[in-house]
Design a protein around this ligand. Sequence first.
Ligand SMILES: [Zn+2]
Length: 304
Amino acid sequence: MLLQNRAAFALGLRMYSTNVTRGPLMDTARPNSDMSEFRKAFSKAKHIAIITGAGVSVESGVPTFRGENEKWRKWQSQDLATPEAFSRNPSRVWEFYHYRREQALSKRPNAAHLAIAECEARLRKQGRSVVVITQCIDDLHRQAGSKHVLKVHGSLMETRCVSCGEVSVNKRSPICAALKDKGAPDPDVADAQIPVDKLPRCDESDCRGLLRPNVVFFGETLDSHILTKVEKEMEICDLCLVVGTSSIVYPAAMFGPQIASRGIPVAEFNTQTTPKTEYFTHHFQGPCGTTLPPALARHESEVI
Ligand SMILES: [Zn+2]
């Protein structure tokens, strides 16, 4: 199993060292930014895994609430996206997620999303595969046309019933009447204090339980079904791209280095270097909407 001791990889657990051994390439060379060399590997790859993170969404204007300067009222997502915060104050947490849903619904895929989706469709006709393994909880990869998407941190556009466990796709705006026009992010906005029976409720008639966003909160473990699929993709891929992620939130931060440890080429596309850059074969610096399209464009060896 690639992901050993899954229980240790609860979301939000940050570690700065890993047990990953470096691939043979890594012992002799720093990652290079030679696009023609990457394109050679790209032209030969049959199974491409593209790991994406918040940076891809940020380029579409989706806020992530991770930095000190990006707060919702006076909190960052780490303060609100927890099981404890939701059970203590479901109204406030739902306001936060309602705002994030409305933001995500109003944004459009950028050049990076589109390049990935176009590449998947083109390579499928050649009998080659592209999978997107994403930490993003918005729907922009699918909106761009990507079909094969594994969302390791869940989705803003899904709900899960805390009573019966039912998971449903839900893109309603607003998600319920009581949340209409709520969730403004300004620091002086007061909590709406919506009664719990007016928050989103389960559609199952004999349930009517409280719904929560179907996202992985900090401190929760990832969906084991998704992780199993991710492991399989990591085992078969023969090229990996790590795009727009700072590679500090586990377990997703491990995926690229795990693949590199098999000697598979891994290319990082990011606005800056990350704690994992040294594990990778290639590093392309800049906005991924600029760096990714030429990397994934049709190669001269593609005949279809
Ligand atoms: Zn239910």
